[in-house]
Design a protein around this ligand. Structure first.
Ligand SMILES: [Fe+2]
Length: 460
């Protein structure tokens, strides 16, 4: 009995890695444009001074990178830890490289990953939203996404449930996407080998952050390192509670909050514009619209233009968020600058619209009820197989990455859908796989059993 008790008491100590609070992961860093194949290698260390060294091998010889301690995370309810990053420079675009992290001359972690691709390369990537909720579906999706061996994974918001907190990343995010081995019941060692990028959803950020209830909020701005080329928006969450806690958070998130909510980047021949569609942001604001317009206009030379925000403007799910149509107010810009796909989440299923254009009802003013009335024109001749030239924007909801689904919608058919929807898969969980070349974009939706449930092609 005594031995058993000692064993049980020692379990958390055994489980804790002596060097890493959380193991390495790959990020774009503040690089809107590719600089060779460069990436940031990041990890979380314990709250003590450790002399980490990073080496990476692209080609025949090992090179050194200098790790920097970016921030210290010390909030109530979680163990204090430190966020580190090392810039891996001069990587050969699209080529696999090895890396290792050492402490006192001893290698403590090794893995490999692929360098960021350049404009002329084809790409192959995965998209799923509404994911880290600690569910069997999340692990299945992580496993099958890893089987795709993607260049990168993009999450269009609701990254971590239920409040995007530091403590929730520890239970719901790192253990699944950086699991030591791959299986449908555990997840996969993705983060250490595959670049992740993301935008914020309503579970990652809220209009009001109550620090008394959530003392470790907005972990997105602490852990992610993404381009900081977006506008310094005046529309940000409002902090409530203790001023000292607020100061502590802002100090920890220095440089990343609120700047990382809206940004854009290029990966291979794809231009991504990522924007925050939370209710505290007014996308009828002239400054925000001007930034969006400038960004999309500058992307005219990219082969493919993808825009991502969390709340889908064209949604057929009556079970969830049906009236949250706010982002229809930017449909004119998406159409004018020939955006190919809009990728959203929020609604925990998969939906695809016909290619469409939207005319807002004349005299409309966005109100609190969030509905945006108007008239859509649908390109029903486009089928994505024989006719691959859409007239309009295709809106995708890919929010089936792991969070709970809506049982009443499992068996409903087209009669239930809005007129603009052409494909709707409510169950089981699923994710999107996109392949781009200079001439074609192939979109597939794969479910949690690994089965393809939708496919369409766009050609130039
Ligand atoms: Fe959401």
């Amino acid at each position: 009995m005594k031995t058993l008790l000692l064993f049980a008491l020692s379990l958390p100590l055994l489980a804790k890695d002596p060097y890493f609070f959380e193991k390495p992961y790959l990020q774009l860093g503040n690089r809107p444009q590719p600089t060779k194949g460069d990436l940031d290698l990041m990890w979380l260390g314990h709250d003590k001074d450790v002399d980490f060294a990073v080496e990476y091998k692209s080609g025949s010889s090992w090179r050194k990178a200098t790790p920097k301690m970016l921030r210290r995370v010390d909030f109530k309810g979680t163990d204090a830890h430190r966020v580190y990053a090392a810039s891996l420079a001069n990587l050969k675009p699209g080529v696999t490289f090895n890396y290792r992290i050492s402490v006192a001359g001893k290698s403590v972690f090794e893995s490999s990953a692929m360098a960021r691709k350049s404009a002329k390369q084809n790409s192959h990537f995965v998209v799923f939203g509404d994911c880290a909720a600690d569910t069997p579906g999340q692990r299945q999706v992580a496993f099958h996404a890893a089987q795709q061996n993607p260049d990168y994974i993009f999450i269009p918001g609701d990254i971590v449930y239920s409040r995007g907190r530091v403590s929730e990343y520890q239970t719901n995010f790192w253990p699944v996407y950086n699991h030591e081995s791959a299986s449908p019941t555990t997840g996969a060692p993705l983060l250490r080998s595959t670049l992740f990028a993301a935008g914020v959803g309503n579970h990652d950020s809220q209009p009001e952050i109550d620090l008394t209830k959530n003392p470790d909020p907005l972990a997105y701005h602490l852990y992610w390192s993404q381009p900081l080329n977006g506008p310094a928006s005046k529309f940000i969450p409002h902090f409530m509670g203790d001023d000292a806690l607020k100061a502590k958070y802002l100090d920890a998130a220095k440089g990343n909050f609120p700047g990382m909510a809206n940004f854009s980047f290029d990966y291979a021949s794809v231009h991504w514009t990522v924007i925050d569609s939370n209710t505290y942001v007014d996308w009828t604001d002239s400054e925000l619209r001007a930034w969006l317009e400038k960004d999309l206009k500058a992307a005219a030379t990219a082969k493919w233009r993808l825009v991502s925000f969390h709340h889908p403007p064209f949604n057929s799910s009556k079970q969830a968020h049906f009236k949250e149509q706010r982002l229809r107010v930017i449909s004119d810009l998406l159409e004018k600058y020939k955006v190919d796909l809009v990728l959203s989440g929020h609604v925990h299923d998969y939906q695809r619209t016909f290619p469409l254009t939207f005319a807002i009802e004349p005299g409309f003013v966005l109100g609190k009820n969030q509905e945006v009335p108007g008239k859509w024109t649908l390109d029903k001749a486009y089928d994505g197989a024989k006719n691959t030239r859409p007239k309009g924007v295709i809106y995708i909801t890919t929010g089936a990455g792991g969070a709970g689904q809506y049982p009443k919608e499992f068996n409903v058919g087209p009669d239930y859908w809005q007129e603009f929807t052409t494909r709707f898969v409510a169950f089981p969980h699923s994710f999107s796989v996109i392949d781009t070349t200079a001439k074609s974009l192939t979109f597939r939706q794969i479910n949690a059993d690994g089965k393809e449930v939708d496919r369409f092609v766009i050609t130039r």
